[in-house]
Design a protein around this ligand. Structure first.
Ligand code: NAG
Ligand code: NAG
Ligand code: NAG
Ligand code: NAG
Ligand code: NAG
Ligand code: NAG
Ligand code: NAG
Ligand code: NAG
Ligand code: NAG
Ligand code: NAG
Ligand code: NAG
Ligand code: NAG
Length: 419
């Protein structure tokens, strides 16, 4: 079959040709003989800088000579994050750090370091500083043991710089030394026609934005936080449903939306202190939900004192943010976990409440990676009372029927005797 170039593909190639030839580089981070991060990609970097009387823009594509700085890069076996640091030119660097929840891995941040004294790239720059910029909204994630593939260009903004990746194949937490054969395509590739396809199938391809998880009862996820020694110090199991009111881009009115967190797309992080602990859940770079727990060592109690939500969903006019640090929920005793199987509504702000399902948390005193004995919420205790009350009522009913029967029998018996 003849390979048909789509007009968009031709345009894309032409636009790259104008800017310059974009090379693909292969970058690998190893520990001993095993590879943990491998990336094949092209990157076009564009940096805005100041000259004495104006601004300039330096553009460079990641050159063939790009290499991995082995001492700065890491596989994360020391407890830190796996980190790829690629160096090129006169002290320029591109870094990517990764994290995982054992099901999905993602790029947590992208760092670009550039050396303004490189006059070939930054002619007439008024400074000779080395500048570092970072972006935490990278949007690269894929299920573990799969290769993330994105042939379509995707641009990431870091301060005054942009990095445009294309022809990207990347994997971290690799099970072997080669990229996994199973590929996870980015959204742009799913909708594009870069794979050989006949024009007719192109027309039937529908562009579907990532739909929010359907409402209904959310799935229960298990989350944890580790301290600096790599020991689990906070445990949580829960299903979470966000109830958010916001103004969508295309409308004038506020809409109320229920969104369930999907555990296998959610990463957990956080910190544990002696009297405070936090758990942050991040779903696909668009939703970040943080819980702050506070302990009172005098009363030996802890509670959920703060909830913070940041959401940047595709239909929002502006990113949504709600924060309340003055809450008093999930109150329990230090050394115990808090449990509530019944649905609870935690009101955070007028525009945001959080519905929890099948919840168990322990923010302090976790030992051996397990929940301590649970203190159950009042609603669960009430729920347990219902079967007892129903049972007692039924028993009473049976007793009444029995008595009525006995009385009736005695009466009819007596009646028979009189005839
Ligand atoms: C790496 O491989 C070489 C040869 O295959 C072997 O001799 C060496 O012990 C290996 N090193 C590690 C750390 O596994
Ligand atoms: C800066 O100003 C000088 C003199 O006005 C001019 O010759 C030069 O081209 C300007 N540089 C830039 C980068 O605009
Ligand atoms: C980016 O990730 C690296 C590695 O995890 C970390 O050291 C660095 O502090 C992070 N930068 C930002 C701005 O979060
Ligand atoms: C920046 O570039 C200058 C000149 O090209 C070079 O001498 C210097 O070592 C570079 N700085 C770093 C941190 O690599
Ligand atoms: C370079 O120019 C910018 C804008 O004109 C100015 O803000 C900055 O301070 C200058 N830097 C140096 C080192 O002169
Ligand atoms: C990934 O692959 C490795 C080795 O093949 C296997 O041990 C591991 O369980 C796999 N992980 C997942 C989440 O499938
Ligand atoms: C980490 O381990 C060291 C030595 O075992 C211990 O002194 C320290 O308290 C631990 N830190 C945390 C945060 O548990
Ligand atoms: C969501 O919040 C609104 C008020 O902000 C409330 O009326 C509604 O019942 C809530 N829905 C659910 C399912 O919790
Ligand atoms: C929003 O409301 C303003 C004023 O009420 C109106 O002029 C505008 O047409 C509305 N826009 C949409 C998209 O409904
Ligand atoms: C996440 O879980 C849902 C339902 O359990 C499943 O359909 C989906 O394929 C999973 N996604 C990933 C990336 O594992
Ligand atoms: C801690 O608990 C004690 C006793 O219940 C109370 O008097 C005190 O105000 C609490 N401290 C804080 C910071 O809430
Ligand atoms: C929100 O998402 C849009 C597009 O996805 C992006 O342009 C914007 O920078 C994001 N805003 C924040 C604060 O992350």
């Amino acid at each position: 079959m003849m390979k048909v170039f789509q007009p968009s593909t031709a345009l894309f190639i032409a636009s790259w040709a104008v800017i310059g030839y974009i090379q693909a580089v292969t970058l690998e981070v190893k520990e001993g003989n095993s590879t943990c991060i491998k990336a094949e990609l092209s990157a076009l970097i564009s940096i805005t800088y100041s000259t004495s009387n104006s601004t300039g823009t330096g553009r460079v594509s990641l050159p063939d000579s790009t290499s991995v700085n082995a001492t700065r890069s890491s596989c994360g076996t020391d407890g830190g994050s796996p980190w790829l640091v690629a160096v090129f030119g006169f002290g320029h660097e591109l870094g990517m750090s990764f994290s995982t929840n054992d099901r999905v891995y993602s790029v947590t941040n992208l760092t670009l370091q550039y050396n303004l004294s490189d006059s070939s790239l930054f002619p007439e720059a008024n400074s000779s500083d080395v500048v570092t910029v970072t972006s935490a909204a990278v949007g690269i994630s894929a299920p573990i043991n799969t290769t993330y593939r994105c042939q379509s260009p995707s641009t990431i903004t870091l301060g005054g710089a942009t990095v445009t990746f294309s022809d990207m194949r990347l994997e971290a937490y690799m099970p072997g030394n080669q990229l996994s054969p199973t590929e996870s395509l980015c959204v742009a590739d799913q909708n594009s026609t870069t794979t050989p396809a006949t024009p007719t199938t192109t027309m039937t391809t529908t562009t579907k934005p990532p739909a929010p998880a359907p409402p209904g009862t959310p799935e229960q996820g298990s989350y944890s936080v580790k301290d600096s020694n790599g020991t689990v110090c906070l445990l949580a199991k829960m299903g979470l449903q966000l109830n958010v009111s916001y103004v969508p881009e295309s409308q004038n009115k506020t809409v109320q939306e229920l969104v369930n967190l999907t555990p296998n797309l959610t990463l957990s992080s956080g910190s544990c202190g002696t009297s405070s602990a936090t758990l942050t859940l991040t779903q696909e770079q668009t939703t970040s939900l943080s819980f702050s727990f506070t302990m009172n060592s005098t009363s030996n109690k802890y509670h959920l004192s703060g909830i913070n939500l940041l959401a940047n969903w595709s239909n929002m006019a502006v990113p949504f943010s709600a924060n309340n640090t003055n809450l008093d929920y999930l109150r329990s005793t230090v050394g115990r976990s808090y449990m509530c199987n019944t649905e609870q509504t935690l009101v955070v702000a007028q525009s945001f409440s959080l519905n929890t399902f099948k919840l168990q948390v322990q923010p302090f005193g976790v030992t051996t990676n397990q929940f301590a004995a649970a203190e159950e919420c009042q609603m669960d205790q009430d729920q347990m009372l219902i079967p007892i009350i129903v049972g007692a009522a039924l028993a009473g009913l049976v007793l009444i029927v029995l008595i009525a029967y006995l009385i009736g029998r005695k009466r009819s018996h007596a009646g028979y005797q009189t005839i």
